[in-house]
Design a protein around this ligand. Sequence first.
Ligand code: URA
Length: 235
Amino acid sequence: MRLDKFLAEVGLGSRKEVKQLIKKGQIKVNQQTEKSDKKQIDPEKDQVEYQGEILHYQEFYYYLLHKPAGVVSATEDKHDQTVMDLFSPTDYRSDLFPVGRLDKDTEGLLLITNDGKLAHDLLSPKKHVEKEYFAKIAGVMTAEDQQRFVEGIMLDGELTLPAELIIDETNSETSQVRIILHEGKFHQVKRMVKACGKEVTYLKRIRMGELTLPQALAKGSYRPLTADELQGLKG
Ligand code: URA
């Protein structure tokens, strides 16, 4: 990798800014001052230093975000605040993106990464990664609805994969449920509930595979995944 690319990747500055630092002799490679921005380095082996600090290259970043309602799961939007706007300038990188989409009014767990392969694996229906939602429903969910979720519901001319409907609480008018899906069709939870003649009034994703939304993570905040969480996701 070129030295200027490496320095920009580790967050030392823009490509233009880091070229200046190199020119001024502020960067050392393996203890030697290096003045060429085209110098090829091996990020795994070579020791790159700025003001006495050794710079560590990280290719992939993984964050767990507690999405609040009102922000969109996109990297850019003309009208709405996006989940990327919740990142601090030091953590923000232009290659980060949310893994899958939650509706604007849906809250909960969202993984943000720049690892395209992991994102693909987590979203692929073939991999059957469970996505668990907590939902409040206007209407009473029943044992027949549970059966329909298992058998599949016709959406977009296709039967949904077997899903689980766990009824936690009901009264005469409303229900609180958990729903476990293995795929992520557009508005899937809301449309499956609607197919049963009821309506979702609140929706929150609480789990993706082995990754659960921590109680302590406030709405709108995020933190890096722990090594254990990452290992659990990669399976
Ligand atoms: N299903 C929905 O209907 N909305 C979401 O945001 C996620 C799953």
